[in-house]
Write a protein that binds this ligand. Structure first.
Ligand code: NAI
Ligand code: 15L
Length: 265
């Protein structure tokens, strides 16, 4: 059990879904974001911080023995918008962790690091990266920083390439990429309890019938996702038409992100 878990990006979608659900992982939780998160609850501490502020990130990380790094730009944007949070911010976080005794990190990477693989391809953890935009590139950078700090300093990180973590899958593509919030909670638990972690790539996906990703290389952490998006298949079929066979959402694992332009600031 951790003493204090830092959660960055705590005001966001995943931070909100996870809030209050990790007290079996850590006695207390430090919630942080650059925007307002509201008032602290019991065993919570709130620290507002912009990840691009090096000194503030150093103070944020101090005293924490685990970090769930969710903060950053989470969709395709211009390079100027992505840079401070997803590149400078990740560097700041790893430097702060190095100065603070190497607390274990779960880095929220994304399926958009490999989004240009087609949906008929099954991927394991060693597959070469094929980002589908600058957002995906920024997550490749984060994965590379995690790998560097592991090899150079022994910093442990679970690089979790999250598919789509929402209460329910929202479209046909997400029947393959969905990770339930319950499965994410159990993954976080396994990551912070594993006696030895190293720096594995873990696909953040539930036990969906139509998943594309093979987690056997990370089986040693003991995570066994329990949910399956197939229970939502009929609901999605009834709510929307299937994408056309040549639409990005039906061709590429990254779906619509592959169709985004390179945005200008
Ligand atoms: P979100 O966009 O809802 O939340 C991200 C949070 O980070 C926001 O509250 C935002 O204010 C904060 N943030 C942005 N820039 C910051 C900065 N410079 N300093 C401090 N905080 C900053 O994203 P969501 O959905 O909660 O995702 C969390 C993480 O998981 C993100 O890193 C995202 O890339 C990753 N992810 C999420 C997936 C999902 O299905 N929700 C799928 C794949 C990856
Ligand atoms: C992501 O990386 C995004 O952060 C999230 O909002 C979803 O779009 C997800 O990928 C997805 O691919 O469904």
């Amino acid at each position: 059990m951790l003493d204090k878990l830092l959660i960055t990006g705590a005001a966001g979608g995943l931070g909100t879904l996870l809030r209050g659900r990790l007290f079996h992982v850590a006695t207390s939780v430090r919630l942080s974001d650059m925007v307002d998160i509201g008032a602290a609850g019991e065993n919570e501490e709130i620290l507002r911080c912009d990840l691009s502020d090096r000194a503030a990130v150093a103070a944020l990380v101090e005293g924490c023995d685990g970090i769930l790094h969710l903060g950053g730009v989470s969709v395709e944007k211009s390079f100027d918008e992505i840079l401070p949070a997803n590149l400078v911010g990740v560097y700041n976080l790893y430097e702060a962790a190095r100065a603070s005794g190497l607390p274990r990190i779960l880095f929220a990477s994304s399926n958009h690091t490999i989004g240009y693989y087609t949906q008929d391809t099954h991927l394991d953890a060693d597959v070469p990266l094929r980002p589908d935009g600058l957002y995906g590139v920024s997550k490749c950078f984060g994965e590379a920083v995690a790998s560097l700090y592991h090899d150079k300093f022994g910093q442990e990180t679970a690089i979790v390439r999250i598919g789509s973590c929402f209460p329910e899958p929202r479209d046909h593509r997400m029947l393959s990429t969905w990770m339930s919030p319950d499965d994410f909670v159990s993954l976080i638990d396994c990551v912070f309890r594993a006696p030895r972690l190293g720096c594995p790539v873990i696909w953040g996906v539930s036990d969906n019938d139509s998943r594309w990703w093979d987690n056997s290389a990370a089986a040693f952490i003991g995570w066994r996702p329990k949910d399956n998006s197939d229970v939502f298949r009929q609901k999605i079929d009834a709510a929307m038409a299937r994408p056309a066979a040549d639409a990005p959402d039906a061709v590429y694992q990254g779906g619509k992100f592959t169709a985004e332009p390179i945005h200008r600031s």
